[in-house]
Design a protein around this ligand. Structure first.
Ligand code: FAD
Ligand code: SF4
Length: 487
């Protein structure tokens, strides 16, 4: 806990809990839906200082901080919020950065409704004015953006340890680990397959949700701290994992799980069918949305996106921005089961995205030049719950119909890419191809650690960051037991 937090509980001149319960949750100002559906500018505009303080005042400073339990990295939420209430912004920022190295990112993309905010007692359990939790994500973003404008403090460099660590992959897991390891005095080199670091934060999540400037700022901080980054380095091709292990005292593998899964239906190889990863990478990383962008992408007029997660929402909203007159989500379960964040679904609806729920694709139709002309679908109904607890979709006989479209984007999931692992025969994988590790994140290859999506399967930004932090502590313990290599 922060050593100098403002006192909790009744303080003269400060509101008591009865008064706080009467304050409604402050809405996030948004760009107008009609304007933003033609633009890649960020949708959420951020809280003003006054509104942020009002929102912070809604925190009841509970004795048991339920919200902290809901945060995978245990950010001291009541601590930083109390400091915002008191207007002590620099301390709020330092406290927040203590627990979370990328709050400008997590404040924008964390699924707060099921994590920190999902545990806030104001969200339904308390007799408040609106039954809504404290806007923890909004406040986190506010403090991070304040810090970006007002603070640029690099951590004190640690004395050199004489140890060298390679980090493979520069998504949230790799970047967090690189930051932690350089703070410990190791020489750190990040190997990234793409031409720019950032992982999904850069190539997957679109600009209108997470401005790339925020990711680039974080990468720049790491570089100024001494982290070396080698772009265009595909481990498994440019180098192999065993080669890097020989050159480094330890290796952290954080290559994500970016291999797209396809539907396996007829017509999937027609022109105009994309995986969401390819579509989003062309637009976000290669700049295909810009007039002067060198990488092309199809600007479909009628676009069907198959899937119901964040990736599907990002793809369908991107298609709208690229000029689609009709952009449709095709999802085989109902709205209740949509795995995407509630805010993303709401924003997609506001932007005119249509939802074909309880609908499954059967085949992609094409013309004689092999261009997509439609998606044949079938209606579904919900049956018994499956192993995941969600009700299983069952086809409705005779319900087939065709959705006329020129583009189909497949966003039904991703899995581990075998590029790196297939060139490391000593690495033990599970049955789905993800790397097996012990509790400390060490793999079957001594000195090779792994974390993020390549261990968990497709998960979340904050879980990947949590792995980066936790496993770099394991790497430090491992390195403390190994002698410094000569030369
Ligand atoms: P990644 O972010 O995937 O980074 C891995 C990096 O390794 C990449 O840069 C890749 O190029 C590189 N790499 C891969 N193979 C090699 C190799 N062989 N050699 C060298 N480098 C390699 N999560 C949320 O919490 N909220 C959201 O709103 C959200 N939205 C998402 C939207 C999209 C479109 C996608 C795809 C994912 C989203 N996620 C979201 C999930 C989240 O982004 C991931 O769980 C997270 O990025 C995983 O982090 P990571 O560091 O493990 O891997
Ligand atoms: Fe909530 Fe995510 Fe921030 Fe944790 S990191 S407090 S879960 S927004």
């Amino acid at each position: 806990m922060y050593p100098d937090r403002p006192a909790r509980g009744p303080v003269p001149g400060r509101m008591n809990n009865k008064e706080r319960l009467l304050i409604a949750r402050q809405p996030m100002p948004e760009r107008d839906a009609d304007v933003r559906s033609c633009s890649f500018d960020e949708v959420n505009l951020g809280l003003t200082a006054d509104v942020a303080r009002t929102e912070a005042t809604r925190c009841l400073e509970c004795r048991k901080a339920h919200c902290v339990v809901g945060c995978p990295v245990g950010v001291d939420i009541p601590g930083f919020i109390t400091l915002v209430t008191a207007g002590r912004m620099e301390e709020a920022a330092r406290l927040l950065f203590d627990g979370n190295s990328l709050p400008g990112v997590t404040g924008r993309v964390c699924p707060q409704e099921t994590q920190c905010e999902g545990e806030c007692p104001r969200g339904g359990k308390m007799p408040g004015v609106d039954g809504k939790p404290v806007g923890i994500g909004y406040l986190e973003r506010y403090v991070a953006d304040w810090a970006a404008e007002h603070l640029d403090v690099l951590p004190e460099p640690a004395p050199p340890s004489g140890k060298k660590v390679a980090v493979i992959g520069s998504g949230p897991a790799g970047l967090t680990a690189a930051g932690e390891l350089i703070k410990s005095g190791h020489e750190v080199t990040v190997y990234e397959a793409f031409h720019e670091p950032g992982g999904v934060l850069l190539y997957g999540i679109p600009e209108f949700r997470l401005p790339k400037e925020i990711v680039r700022r974080e990468v720049d901080r790491l570089v100024r701290q001494g982290v070396k980054i080698e772009d265009n380095a595909i481990v498994g091709r440019t180098y192999t994992l065993p080669e890097l292990r020989e050159q480094y005292d330890a290796v952290f593998v954080a290559v994500g799980a970016g291999l797209p899964v396809f539907m396996d239906v007829p017509g999937e190889n027609l022109k105009g069918v994309f995986s969401a990863n390819e579509y989003l990478t062309r637009v976000n990383l290669m700049g295909a949305w810009r007039q002067d962008g060198e990488t092309p992408v199809l600007h479909g007029r009628r676009v069907a996106v198959v899937g119901g997660g964040n990736v599907a929402m990002d793809a369908v909203r991107t298609a709208r921005r690229l000029g689609a007159e009709e952009a449709v989500i095709v999802y085989r379960r109902s709205k209740t089961e949509l795995p995407a964040r509630a805010e993303e679904v709401h924003h997609a609806e506001q932007e005119g995205v249509r939802f074909e729920l309880l609908t499954a694709p059967l085949r992609v139709l094409g013309d004689d030049r092999r261009w997509v002309t439609g998606l044949e679908c079938r209606r579904m109904e919900l049956g018994e719950p499956d192993g995941s607890g969600r009700r299983w979709p069952v086809p409705v006989a005779g319900s087939e119909f065709v959705f006329d479209c020129d583009t189909v984007i497949v966003a039904i999931g991703t899995r581990a890419n075998p590029l790196l692992t297939s060139t490391a025969p000593d690495l033990v994988l599970n049955r789905w191809g993800y790397i097996e590790t012990d509790d400390g994140g060490e793999s079957s290859m001594p000195g090779v650690f792994a974390g993020g999506d390549i261990v968990r399967g497709a998960a979340t930004v904050i879980l990947a960051m949590g792995d980066g932090k936790r496993i770099s502590a394991s790497i430090n313990r491992y390195l403390a037991q190994t002698p410094v290599a000569a030369g």
